[in-house]
Design a protein around this ligand. Structure first.
Ligand code: OAD
Length: 239
């Protein structure tokens, strides 16, 4: 099955890859769901919402500050690196779409990453709307404050119920609609609209290759399901 996936990827004129938290698991960044998905006693769905932030901004920031610390200490793994190398070898006809906010694709050398859910390193003022890149770990004082107006800052990520950045979503939909092969790696494929990219590609005629340690709702759509860690499987099929 690995050989089949590899052959499809080699022959395809356009490839779209959708990644999720599982691709960073081998870098030591916990996924949201499944084993190790909890932070204290909270689930991601209880913290990553505008309502949770209104209720307890300090708690939500503590979670993000913790994740920022983990990610800062982490390094990209062989899965991220294989994707960066794939892009270097064939910059045309390749689109990388990620739900991850950790920036590990970029640190591995991926040049064009369409981030559907924002970034852990962006902070946005809830008062004046000012957005900036902030890599301080830990942040001095939680919740952090805006230098410009003193308003409360929020993480520059997309929360449940919020709209995705239009440019990233448009690029993702466009790529999914025309790709000959879609690789879906390390995502539970339960969070929309990202998960809808898989049936979209499938309907448009793409071959779908899933890389995951477990079965997911996307498995039923996959032409090939490769059960294994993305750090092992992606180099085998991409390089
Ligand atoms: P999840 O935590 O929901 O799913 C992680 C997936 O990775 C699971 O299907 C695991 O089986 C798989 N996995 C774990 N380790 C793996 C490995 N080494 N190799 C391959 N697969 C592995 O993460 P996402 O699908 O990314 O949204 O979650 C989607 C969104 O939900 C996130 O972007 C985040 C979250 O709430 C926001 O923050 C808006």
């Amino acid at each position: 099955m690995t050989q089949q996936a590899r052959a499809w990827l080699t022959g395809a004129r356009s490839v779209c890859v959708l990644t999720g938290a599982g691709i960073s698991a081998e870098s030591g960044v916990p996924t949201f769901r499944g084993a190790g998905g909890l932070w204290r006693e909270y689930r991601a769905e209880d913290l990553a919402t505008p309502a949770a932030f209104r209720r307890d901004p300090k708690l939500v920031w503590e979670w993000y500050d913790w994740r920022r610390g983990l990610v800062r200490a982490a390094r990209p793994n062989a899965g991220h690196e294989a994707l960066a190398e794939f892009e270097r070898r064939r910059p045309e006809g390749f689109t990388l779409v990620t739900q991850n906010v950790d920036g590990l694709h970029e640190r591995a050398g991926s040049l064009r990453v369409h981030r559907l859910h924002g970034s852990l390193w962006i902070v946005r003022c809830t008062g004046c709307g000012n957005e900036s890149w902030d890599e301080r770990v830990p942040l001095p004082g939680l919740p952090p404050r805006c230098d410009a107006c003193g308003g409360m800052l929020r993480p520059g990520v997309v929360w449940f119920g919020e709209v995705l950045p239009e440019d990233a979503l448009d690029a993702a939909v466009a790529a999914a609609s025309v790709c000959e092969v879609m690789v879906v790696a390390g995502t539970s494929a339960v969070v929309y609209p990202a998960a809808a990219l898989v049936p979209l590609a499938k309907r448009a005629g793409a071959r779908v290759i899933e890389v995951n340690v477990e079965e997911t709702p996307a498995s039923g759509l996959a032409d090939v399901s490769l059960r294994g860690a993305s750090g092992t499987v992606l180099p085998l099929i991409l390089l």
